[in-house]
Write a protein of this length. Structure first.
Length: 143
């Protein structure tokens, strides 16, 4: 017979209860199995955030490179915003820096999908691996 736990019934209440137990030093009362799972999930979310932002940035850079006649002010600001948010994310999570190359590979795949959704370009006709250097990704002027 499986019992329903607070974790299953009300996640927010569960988080508040776990925090209260931690503050009180009542470590033996903690729901360790679920707490460990949630902490690992938070780390995965930080990696996903980096991949997602790189996907948007790389998609915009591809659009910029392959559709010069369609360049717009909104593209400029999207590129600037994503660069700034990625840099901030890496500053707040410096242990993600060794993961950056892998995240660029995954983000590029998502960037190709963005190009396919938002332009008449065929992503299959574009380079299938990222040709941008880190300098081009994060610093090159786009004005």
């Amino acid at each position: 017979m499986q019992t329903t736990t607070l974790y299953d019934q009300d996640f927010y209440a569960w988080t508040q209860h776990q925090a209260k137990l931690l503050r009180a030093g009542q470590l033996g009362e903690l729901d360790l199995e679920n707490l460990i799972e949630e902490i690992e999930s938070l780390g995965r979310q930080e990696r996903q955030e980096l991949r997602n932002r790189l996907g948007v940035l790389l998609g915009q850079l591809l659009k910029w490179q392959y559709q010069p006649a369609a360049r717009s002010k909104s593209w400029v600001y999207t590129i600037r915003e994503q660069r700034r948010k990625i840099q901030r994310h890496l500053k707040e999570n410096p242990s993600l820096k060794p993961y950056l190359d892998e995240a660029i590979v995954a983000g590029y795949e998502d960037g190709l999908d963005l190009v396919g959704r938002e332009t008449p370009l065929d992503p299959e006709q574009l380079p299938q691996s990222c040709q941008f250097s880190k300098t081009e990704i994060f610093e090159s002027p786009i004005d």
